[in-house]
Design a protein around this ligand. Structure first.
Ligand SMILES: C[S@@+](CC[C@H](N)C(=O)[O-])C[C@H]1O[C@@H](n2cnc3c(N)ncnc32)[C@H](O)[C@@H]1O
Length: 251
């Protein structure tokens, strides 16, 4: 993956990067993948007319929605990702390339959308949220995963003075040690104000990937962690400590 500067924004360019193989298949992330899927099953409408997976990559999660929607589109900046999505799902999905900051879709075009594991790439979340709101029909549903700044491990690192990043401070954390052009984590309060400003109402929140830790994976194994994850997602939502916070928003 490379970073590319357009006139206004920095784009995390996945063209030529084999995200599917490198990030998912060659890494021990079965637990994270299952955690995403169970959240999506709990939040996405069972029946949809016109659905779009925003920054959907190679369609990793397409088998969670293609049977629920009459028409499914994967939208992404990377043509490499979209080509893989087409190879995997053929006629079952449409693909569209473009930049999130100006979505190539009409106002009120979709009755539902989701955006998973993408907010860490976006510096201007207000603009992103406004765009998502624009392309949804009134009453439409957006399921959005947000990279959380206020996690438990980060609190421990802050209290033990291993990091200057204050997880309780609402400002955006830009983790340039992960990517020199930015890797953004958001405080739940900050992001919830942004959603409200766009006009969204929060219908449900889930705490996701609660046990994302190499040590816990070794201790309990993926199967047990997935079971614990399923039980934890709803009750832990009120504390918002997990690395991924899932929002079901309604326009
Ligand atoms: C970490 S991947 C997540 C993919 C997918 N949602 C998933 O969960 O497997 C982030 C995706 O965001 C896309 N992306 C990054 N910047 C973008 C932008 N400005 N506009 C559209 N897509 C973008 C990348 O191409 C990549 O496919």
């Amino acid at each position: 993956m490379t970073e590319k500067k357009t006139k206004k924004e920095v784009i995390s360019d996945y063209n030529g990067y084999d995200y599917k193989k490198i990030f998912w298949e060659d890494a021990d992330r079965a637990y994270e993948d299952q955690a995403d899927r169970m959240a999506i099953r709990k939040l996405l409408p069972v029946k949809m007319e016109n659905f779009v997976d925003i920054a959907g990559g190679y369609g990793r999660l397409a088998d969670e929605y293609i049977h629920r929607a009459k028409k499914s589109t994967v939208f992404d900046y990377s043509k490499t990702e979209l080509k893989q999505a087409k190879e995997l799902y053929g006629d079952k999905i449409h693909t569209k390339a473009g930049d999130i900051y100006s979505l190539p879709f009409k106002d009120n075009e979709f009755d539902a959308l989701m955006m998973i594991r993408a907010t860490h790439h976006f510096k201007d979340m207000q603009k992103v949220s406004d765009e998502l709101y624009r392309v949804l029909k009134p009453g439409g549903v957006a399921v959005i995963e947000v990279a959380n700044k206020k996690t438990l491990p980060r609190m421990v690192r802050y209290w033990t003075k291993k990091t200057d990043i204050n997880p309780f401070d609402k400002s955006v954390a830009n983790l340039t040690e992960i990517s020199k052009d930015g890797f953004f984590n958001y405080h739940p309060k900050y992001i919830e104000e942004i959603f409200a400003k766009s006009g969204f109402k929060i219908e449900k929140v889930l705490s996701v990937s609660n046990f994302r830790s190499g040590t816990l994976k070794k201790l309990f194994g993926t199967k047990a962690l997935v079971k614990m994850e399923n039980l934890a997602q709803a009750p832990l939502a009120s504390v918002r400590f997990a690395p991924s916070i899932y929002y079901k928003l309604v326009k």
